[in-house]
Ligand binder design. Structure first.
Ligand SMILES: *Cc1c(COP(=O)(O)O)cnc(C)c1O
Length: 372
């Protein structure tokens, strides 16, 4: 598992047990019988798609979802057997590969339906699809008003329309009345069009729309046949605390140098920080190339033995500085938690003007993932 080489510089500790815990906690919040799809796109939000998918499969996840073909093929090559849905676009040339590797494809337009069906016919196979319906996200998908196009796509003999789904634009803004009515409108469009399709004899085995925000804020309304959480699975997002979810990644480093500076010393590029007193400054070998956004320079703090150390000066590509003056327990070689248990990712996301998803996905490839 953990080797000295991996933990010498900067590393991400991943708790697969916490991911399993989160999956079961989310399941417990869903109406009985709701299927569970684990979203493992973007390398499982930075946690490592293959180990995460393996664990979810072992824990009984019904479906996995990724963003693109390469992510799906990586799961299949690693021996993952669970159904895998590609949420994004795949070019029709790749249909033979989708069929051969038993990957389910989102289908969002009449043109794609025709091209996929032609490609499936040419290779003598059937492509399993989930119809993607746009109900207000204004991204991919058949318009909710195009029930006739959806029905026509579903009647193509080379396509097997197993499911239908939509994506909410504002389900994660609780307490915002406009967001609530927008979500309700999206849901009404979704179920209204499904009802019209059923009238026309087109039925779907798996209807799904609940992303993390919907699981948290509208679970009874939106669960339908399957829930589709991403960020919640990794322990973040509003109400992750209420559901008892646990963060699954700790971004760790070690103090690699300690210096004593006189008052009036300027620190790092641009001299944006000047010591106001005699200062004991630690160097942390983690920078923006590891995923530490430069925009939070001078506006974040990391957990070290004895407390939180304020970050000082511009964050560089490969390292940054922290103030250890008031933290005598911390010194050369001390572990530094950039985010995780004590140093909250939510606060860092707020400081960066972004969301926790983006920070998790930013932890770069050169940061080894260490599984516990
Ligand atoms: C990314 C994604 C999800 C998961 O979103 P979270 O907000 O992380 O739960 C669900 N559905 C679709 C279509 C997505 O693209």
């Amino acid at each position: 598992m953990e080797t000295e080489a991996e933990t010498r510089r900067t590393w991400a500790e991943i708790s697969l047990d916490n991911i399993a815990h989160n999956m079961h906690a989310i399941r417990a919040a869903l109406p009985a019988g709701t299927k569970f799809l684990g979203v493992v796109k973007a390398d499982a939000y930075g946690h490592g798609a293959i180990p995460v998918a393996r664990r979810l499969e072992t824990e009984g996840a019904d479906y996995l979802a990724v963003a693109c073909l390469d992510e799906a093929l990586a799961l299949r090559s690693a021996g993952i057997q669970a159904p895998v849905l590609i949420l994004g676009y795949t070019p029709p040339e790749c249909v033979p590969e989708l069929i051969a590797r038993r990957v389910t494809q989102a289908l969002g337009s009449a043109a794609d339906a025709a091209a996929y069906a032609a490609a499936a016919r040419a290779c003598g196979g059937t492509l399993r699809v989930h119809i993607k319906m746009d109900t207000g996200m204004s991204r991919l998908g058949f318009s909710w008003e195009d029930a006739a196009d959806i029905a026509a796509a579903c009647r193509l003999p080379e396509l097997e329309p197993e499911g239908i789904f939509t994506h909410f634009a504002m389900s994660d803004l609780p307490g915002d009345a406009a967001a609530k009515s927008y979500t309700e409108m999206q849901f009404a469009r979704f179920t209204g069009t499904i009802a019209a399709l059923e009238q026309a004899g087109v039925r779907f085995q798996i209807r799904h729309c609940a992303n993390s925000g919907a699981v948290v804020n509208y679970v009874e309304m939106t669960a339908l046949d399957m829930a589709r959480p991403g960020i919640l699975l990794y322990g973040y997002g509003d109400s992750s605390g209420r559901l008892g979810l646990r963060p699954c990644m700790r971004l760790m480093s070690r103090v690699c140098a300690v210096h004593q500076y006189a008052a009036g010393t300027r620190v790092s590029y641009g001299g944006t920080f000047t010591t106001s007193r005699e200062t004991r400054m630690g160097v942390v070998p983690a920078g923006y190339a590891d995923g530490l956004h430069r925009c939070i320079s001078n506006r974040c703090a990391f957990a070290v033995p004895g407390g939180m150390a304020p970050q000082r000066g511009r964050i560089c590509m490969d390292m940054c500085m922290i103030d250890l003056t008031d933290l005598p327990e911390a010194g050369l070689g001390s572990p530094v938690e950039i985010f995780g248990e004590t140093a909250g990712l939510d606060a860092m996301a707020e400081a960066a003007g972004t969301i926790t998803c983006e920070l998790l996905c930013s932890v770069s490839r050169r940061v080894p993932r260490v599984y516990r």
